[in-house]
Design a protein around this ligand. Structure first.
Ligand code: ZN
Length: 177
């Protein structure tokens, strides 16, 4: 008898599954048995590219389950598989529990992007601060220069006045003699 269910060579592990209100319980329309020789149960995959795909699996509780896996639905179209994988990545990233390798790659990518953005922001801030300091410094330097010039001019003026006064005093002294 040709069974409508088929094993998948692509999926090496029984996927995570959920209780689907429309597809559950024992599968009666099949001669298939799990490795325990038991009638398989209806499951709905809830993981990665196979999300929502129905299969028959071992009826035992999780830790006692064998690896019986008979897909009911054909593989989804590649675009849909991709979409599911992206959704799970996004979801995995949102909750950090049970991180997968793919999630690490994804989160590393995201973290790197954030770090790069922060670095760029920081560099930009620093650059603008530096140019502000430079501008301030330049202003200060030119102000100091100007003050020095003023002081010099004032000193020179004072010196001339002092020299003139000294000259007058000495002149008076000689005249007094
Ligand atoms: Zn079994």
């Amino acid at each position: 008898m040709k069974d409508k269910f088929h094993r998948s060579g692509l999926c090496l592990e029984v996927p995570m599954y959920i209780d689907d209100g429309e597809y559950f319980g024992d599968e009666t329309g099949t001669q298939l048995k799990c490795r325990h020789g038991l009638r398989p149960k209806r499951r709905t995959a809830w993981e990665g590219k196979d999300t929502g795909r129905r299969f028959l699996g071992c009826p035992l509780e999780e830790e006692d389950q064998c690896d019986a896996l008979f897909w009911v639905d054909e593989e989804w179209q590649p675009r849909i598989q991709k979409a599911f994988e992206m959704l799970w990545l996004a979801l995995d990233h949102a909750s950090t529990r049970n991180p997968t390798k793919a999630q690490y790659q994804w989160s590393n990518f995201v973290d790197r992007t954030i770090v790069e953005e922060d670095k760029m922001k920081l560099e930009f801030q620093m650059a603008s601060q530096i140019s502000a300091i430079e501008a301030k410094h330049k202003k200060r330097v030119s102000r100091i220069k100007k003050e020095t010039e003023d002081l010099k001019a004032w000193l020179m003026g004072s010196l001339v006045v002092i020299a003139f006064l000294l000259f007058k005093i000495i002149e008076n002294m000689y005249q007094g003699c």
